[in-house]
Design a binder for this molecule. Structure first.
Ligand SMILES: *[C@@H]1O[C@H](CO)[C@@H](O)[C@H](O)[C@H]1NC(C)=O
Ligand SMILES: *[C@@H]1O[C@H](CO)[C@@H](O)[C@H](O)[C@H]1NC(C)=O
Ligand SMILES: *[C@@H]1O[C@H](CO)[C@@H](O)[C@H](O)[C@H]1NC(C)=O
Ligand SMILES: *[C@@H]1O[C@H](CO)[C@@H](O)[C@H](O)[C@H]1NC(C)=O
Ligand SMILES: *[C@@H]1O[C@H](CO)[C@@H](O)[C@H](O)[C@H]1NC(C)=O
Ligand SMILES: *[C@@H]1O[C@H](CO)[C@@H](O)[C@H](O)[C@H]1NC(C)=O
Length: 407
């Protein structure tokens, strides 16, 4: 199925645009993911350029394109004033198929942003052959254009493989590389699926992920991982996210997001924000750690679990709330957190063992992440929520699918 001869055929044809002529067999690919403090990385799976350069990418449900760090530094190719020596990057000058596309798509800058914060994240649009496993096509990318020194910092990846949804008013030509590939006929279905082989799951050897920490399937999903059925929900646009969660200028609003219709701790319903509504934002990177709760619901959970304030050097998530220690021996008696989303009555749970971080040395901490004030306004539904669930996105219907996982 995943034949190397297709890869050779693609590059023999020069890749681009010819992919539609490739065999019509079902085309999907399971990207093995490696967990890392930033999120999930795909290594040795994606190449860019001719000859192909391996790039390690951060797989990000909340970025809109294929960002690649390049040699461009203050407009020259002398990286030393911009990139840390340890920063790996895509060498545009070494690729014979690299094309500047700034005439079609003007360069853009975000400040603030979530990668360099109050330093300019500037991109020049370009295109090149991007291949996932054997499947590739010409793809519009965001080539980094550094105007500052990263200094001591570097990222353990060459770029960001964005999987944000593409909305009707967006120019589809430079959106998610997966979406571009689907439009080019590379993928057989407009669906991606995430399976998390987390530490502590029943699959102790991570066999269902081939030994990896997770799988991000592109172009389909694995029905064997679905326990009962997949429930599909309509994606919403929730602009408040840019005020309380992902603060970008200019704003980015392309998120996989659902309307949260109820939140409960055990059998106690918790208030949802009635002014702006309550949004569930799907994000399996560092902002998706911790069970999503409102500020008030967290206070209630702390009461119910007799949490004691703790100052911790390495907190279990990057939220700005305080952290609370709980008795490790009591966790099974703690309440389950329950969520419902507009479209179905089905209750999705986070079990106490999944919202308590057990450091294995007698310290257990509530792994809850809050946003906003008071009532539930928004939460990041990511790694913690995804435990024991299968999370799918349909780029054509703009729907989020959730299923209990058949381990
Ligand atoms: C990319 O990495 C894989 C796995 O290590 C290797 O098999 C492949 O030859 C590499 N490809 C290139 C173009 O370096
Ligand atoms: C590259 O920039 C550094 C300063 O960051 C400078 O010292 C060096 O001479 C430059 N190299 C070239 C080849 O221009
Ligand atoms: C997207 O932008 C390109 C370049 O500006 C343009 O040629 C194309 O028509 C646009 N597509 C849509 C659907 O607006
Ligand atoms: C899972 O356990 C491995 C081995 O102990 C560790 O390297 C890794 O960081 C852990 N992953 C997470 C998400 O904590
Ligand atoms: C247990 O490990 C965590 C994380 O390293 C640390 O913050 C905590 O202080 C440790 N607890 C004890 C009792 O040593
Ligand atoms: C509802 O959300 C809005 C916007 O974030 C906020 O200003 C307001 O205080 C919230 N209301 C309550 C009762 O939490």
């Amino acid at each position: 199925m995943k034949s190397p001869s297709l890869l050779q055929a693609l590059f023999a044809l020069g890749g681009l645009g010819r992919v539609a002529a490739a065999p019509t067999q079902a085309r999907s690919w399971e990207l093995p993911l490696t967990w890392n403090s930033f999120g999930f990385l795909a290594k040795d799976s994606i190449t860019v350029g001719t000859p192909p350069q391996n790039v390690t990418v951060f797989v990000d449900w909340t970025w809109i394109s294929q960002y690649l760090i390049t040699e461009t530094c203050h407009g020259t190719d002398n990286t030393s004033a911009c990139l840390n020596d340890k920063q790996s990057y895509f060498r545009t000058a070494d690729s014979s198929t690299f094309r500047d596309e700034t005439v079609l798509f003007p360069s853009r800058t975000w400040n603030p942003n979530h990668f360099f914060f109050d330093l300019d994240l500037t991109v020049d649009y370009a295109s090149d052959i991007l291949a996932v496993g054997p499947y590739g096509q010409r793809t519009v990318i965001q080539a980094a254009d550094f105007q500052f020194d990263q200094g001591e910092d570097y990222y353990p990846f060459d770029g960001v493989f964005g999987l944000s949804p593409v909305f009707a008013n967006d120019n589809a030509s430079y959106q998610s590389p997966f979406f571009q590939g689907w439009q080019a006929g590379t993928w057989s279905a407009p669906i991606v699926a995430f399976h998390y082989c987390y530490n502590g799951s029943v699959d102790t050897l991570k066999g269902t992920c081939g030994g990896a920490d997770g799988l991000q399937t592109l172009g389909g999903y694995n029905p064997a991982l679905v326990k009962d059925e997949i429930l599909w929900y309509e994606n919403i646009v929730f602009p408040e996210v840019n005020n309380v969660d992902f603060i970008y200028t200019p704003p980015v609003i392309n998120y996989w997001a659902l309307t949260l219709t109820s939140l409960s701790i055990g059998d106690e319903p918790q208030a949802l924000n009635t002014t702006v509504g309550s949004g569930a934002i799907f994000d399996h990177a560092s902002y998706g750690r911790g069970a999503p709760l409102s500020v008030d619901a967290y206070t209630r959970l702390v009461e119910l679990t007799s949490g004691k304030p703790i100052t911790i050097a390495e907190p279990p998530n990057n939220g700005e709330q305080s952290f609370y220690e709980v008795e490790c021996g009591q966790v099974d008696a703690f309440p389950t957190l329950s969520y419902t989303f507009a479209g179905h009555d089905k209750i999705w749970e986070i079990l106490p063992a999944n919202y308590v971080e057990d450091f294995g040395n007698g310290t257990c901490v509530l792994n809850v992440r809050t946003l906003g004030y008071g009532d539930m306004v928004a939460g990041n539904f990511g790694e913690t929520f995804a435990k024991d669930k299968y999370v799918l996105f349909d780029f054509e219907k703009l729907q989020v699918g959730i299923a209990d996982l058949a381990w």
